[in-house]
Design a protein around this ligand. Structure first.
Ligand code: GLC
Length: 432
């Protein structure tokens, strides 16, 4: 069953406003003058122009470097330096938090995962994109704008969306499975071919939250309901998480997948070691390479994630670019955001990195769909994707999901116990 509802995680109003107030009170510039041009509040440096730094996770598909070169060739006095982080979502998050806490004016523009918007915005670290720093979002997919918005204010420019896809070996499985159980039934084909059957991302990090949430949502569970109440301890979530646990137990998910992040799982699939892979669209271009790096270049297809009786529910992924309130050159930063979200550069994200554009019309662009035939499947995945809980307290929420689903996958806790503990950890993290 598809779960199309937006799982809004609303902290009690009083707590939320106290938090925002307390944090904005201490977010003044380094010289301390309120309303001064020293940086550190939304009003400061909005006309500032000059060199800036763009911070983003590992540029796996070599998209950012050429874009930055192109920008720099046209902006000699406002050059962008690309600061490349690791390829792990959690490390990227912690690096940004440390720099924000240090009020670092050198982290001007940063790539913000959709699940960090609420936390960073509530802490007063992101420049609101309104008034002098306003951005037109009319052409963007609504889900991407919603994910960059907090308390009705836009805090970041959607740059790339993300939806889960099923990569499958079309040479071995001519018709992809529509349901999870059907897919598990095909694992005998993997055995015959001496390969693993299915993998996603199961290491204890943000990717596990994505995969566990997908399993639970696909079978009708909900982590939190629309009022922000923790509702994860349900029979539906048990069924969903139970499917992953069972597949680990019976070997349909190979044991090494417990260490997989996106890149490990992509490599395993490209090396011909997996029949099915759950991953994001960026894998398409890399796995299609004919330079010898992929053993499956012309042997794989893309299908919707398999579900209970039809397609499964992807977690909504993606990244936006935000301007730090501490930046000294916010006018340049805003122009860079506009550059990243222009039609031309969004096409480049799609062709160069098979990343999901944020501009809705590009999914109907015939030149693009000819090159990237999976675009309609991807659009459906994104449009039906379920956001992870939206809350300024997301670090505690994702930890509750990761810790407990990881213990269940490793067989250290029963599924029942894992969900009971997940429920209490969600409440301790701020859910009702
Ligand atoms: C992708 C998604 C992001 C998610 C991350 C988990 O980068 O775009 O939203 O949090 O994977 O590893």
């Amino acid at each position: 069953m598809r779960n199309r509802k937006f799982s809004r995680f609303a902290p009690p109003l009083a707590t939320a406003s106290v938090l925002v107030l307390a944090l904005s009170a201490c977010s003044g510039g380094s010289s301390g003058g309120s309303g001064s041009t020293s940086g550190g509040d939304a009003a400061s440096n909005v006309d500032g122009r000059g060199p800036i730094t763009y911070v983003q996770g590992k540029d796996n598909s070599d998209v950012v470097r050429p874009l930055v070169d192109k920008w720099n060739a046209a902006h000699a006095d406002q050059k962008v330096t690309f600061k490349e982080q690791s390829d792990s979502a959690d490390q990227q998050h912690d690096d940004l938090v440390q720099h924000f806490q240090a009020k670092d004016a050198n982290y001007d523009v940063m790539s913000v995962d959709v699940v960090w918007t609420a936390e960073f915005a509530a802490k007063g670290w992101l420049q609101p994109l309104k008034d002098k720093t306003a951005l037109d979002t009319s052409t963007f997919l609504p889900a991407t704008v919603k994910a960059a918005t907090y308390n009705n204010t836009l805090f970041a420019a959607p740059v790339s969306s993300d939806g889960g896809l099923l990569y499958y070996r079309k040479d071995l499985v001519p018709t992809p499975p529509k349901t999870w159980d059907e897919m598990m039934g095909m694992c005998s084909i993997a055995k015959t071919n001496n390969m693993g059957c299915y993998a996603g991302q199961f290491q204890k990090y943000e990717g596990l939250t994505v995969n566990a949430a997908e399993a639970m949502n696909t079978f009708g569970g909900k982590i939190v309901d629309d009022s922000g109440k923790a509702t994860v301890n349900s029979s539906e979530s048990k069924t969903g998480l139970g499917k992953l646990v069972e597949a680990f137990k019976n070997g349909n998910i190979p044991p090494e997948a417990i260490t997989f992040k996106e890149e490990d799982s992509r490599t395993a699939f490209q090396d011909g070691k997996l029949l099915f892979l759950r991953n994001w669209p960026y894998v398409y271009n890399l796995a299609s390479k004919t330079d010898g790096s992929s053993k499956v270049a012309d042997k794989f297809g893309i299908a919707p994630l398999p579900g209970m009786s039809g397609p499964g529910a992807s977690s909504l992924g993606g990244h936006s670019a935000a301007i730090s309130v501490y930046s000294k050159n916010k006018a340049t930063a805003l122009d860079f955001l506009k550059f990243l979200t222009s039609d031309e550069e969004q096409k480049f994200f799609a062709t160069q990195g098979s990343l999901a554009p944020v501009i809705g019309n590009l999914y109907k662009d015939s030149a693009l769909t000819a090159k990237l035939p999976y675009l309609p499947t991807l659009l459906t995945s994104i449009q039906n994707a379920v956001p992870r809980p939206v809350t300024p307290f997301y670090p505690g929420v994702t930890k509750a999901i990761q810790d407990n689903s990881y213990s269940a996958l490793k067989g250290e806790k029963s599924v029942d116990q894992a969900l009971t503990d997940m429920q209490s950890a969600l409440v301790a993290a701020g859910a009702k």
